[in-house]
Design a protein around this ligand. Structure first.
Ligand SMILES: Nc1ncnc2c1ncn2[C@@H]1O[C@H](COP(=O)(O)OP(=O)(O)OP(=O)(O)O)[C@@H](O)[C@H]1O
Length: 308
């Protein structure tokens, strides 16, 4: 039977009259990467702070590694690494010295700390910058050191609050690779973001929250299939317009081609193939495409995620 590393039950939290979380529940399977997805202000950070023990919920329960977090205290904290949204590093100190500080704070044995700092810097791709002051680092590199700090004590669960906000593509790729490696090593990851494509690239399961409420959750593929609409993508030579299909609505332009949402993609695909052949149009690409999370969010809320 699958074990759950986290079980969140009916969690609610208000700040004054502002209800940030309205009875949210979800489960994170051991060894999975779980996406907590939602627009700005949805309640992601509030959830993660409660899970990390930095904030108390008003009502609801959280268990980790099979224990209620309130009672378990340090037994849970020792196995948890938390990467906050804001970067918390000493700018004038080197990456190595920062990690030494965090290692001591996390209680890493001093005999093994030096080796461990070398390992985590390697993991985040910054081994060659160990002796450089943080002030000389790019935003993305700082974020990677911030992540390295949370890995020092070899946590079995890592909670990451929007680790890729405002960073360069190279750092983003490093973070993605690192997450995949951690997952292969059996570490459970709770990953919060408002970038849909990151969840599509990294996560096995997800919960989408909006205004403090769960609006969809499950396995990624299952959520896409349950809430999304399939579509057919057609791209023609030299940006030609696609032939119109009677009774099928207008396709939307997508990149260099056109996307037609449909409940019967096979029929649309074959109608388009025949129409293009009859009209001697040169097809560059014609395929059935899975719905995206962006489309799922739009269909559930009527708004796009980034515009919120
Ligand atoms: N300390 C606070 N005092 C008052 N309101 C708060 C506080 N922290 C968060 N909120 C409000 O609670 C709601 C949820 O905020 P939260 O930071 O959890 O969202 P989020 O999904 O993490 O957003 P973001 O992606 O912008 O970080 C928002 O409306 C926010 O303004």
């Amino acid at each position: 039977m699958t074990k759950n590393t986290i079980e969140v039950n009916q969690l609610a939290k208000s700040y004054g009259s502002k209800q940030a979380l309205n009875n949210i529940s979800f489960k994170v399977r051991e060894g999975s990467c779980f996406g907590l997805l939602g627009p700005n202000g949805a309640g992601k950070s509030t959830t993660m702070k409660i899970l990390s023990g930095l904030l108390d919920a008003d009502t609801g329960t959280v268990s980790m590694f099979g224990q209620g977090i309130r009672k378990a205290g340090n037994a849970v904290k020792d196995r948890l690494g938390y990467v906050p949204q804001s970067i918390t590093l000493y700018e004038k100190l080197s990456a190595y010295d920062n990690l030494q500080f965090f290692g001591e704070m996390y209680g890493v044995q001093s005999a093994s700390l030096k080796r461990r700092i070398g390992e985590v810097l390697e993991q985040v791709g910054l081994a060659d910058r160990a002796k450089d002051a943080i002030t000389t680092f790019s935003g993305g590199m700082k974020r990677r050191v911030n992540i390295a700090a949370a890995l020092l004590h070899r946590p079995k669960l890592i909670i990451m609050d929007e680790p890729t906000v405002g960073i360069d593509p190279q750092s983003r790729n490093h973070i993605f690779e690192m997450i995949r490696t951690l997952k292969n090593d059996g570490v459970t990851i709770l990953y919060s973001t408002h970038y849909m494509e990151e969840v599509e690239a990294l996560c096995d399961d997800l919960t989408i929250i909006d205004h403090g409420q769960v609006i969809a959750q499950g396995e990624l593929i299952e959520v896409l299939d349950r809430f999304g609409t399939q579509a057919v993508y057609l791209e023609l030579q030299d940006g030609q317009r696609p032939p119109s299909l009677p009774g099928s609505g207008a396709p939307a332009q997508k990149g260099r081609g056109w996307l037609l949402e449909t409940t019967n993609p096979l029929s649309i695909l074959s109608q388009w193939a025949q129409a293009c052949q009859s009209a001697s149009l040169q097809v560059k690409q014609l395929e059935i495409v899975r719905p995206t999370l962006e489309a799922v969010f739009l269909s559930l809320t009527g708004t796009t995620l980034r515009d919120n």
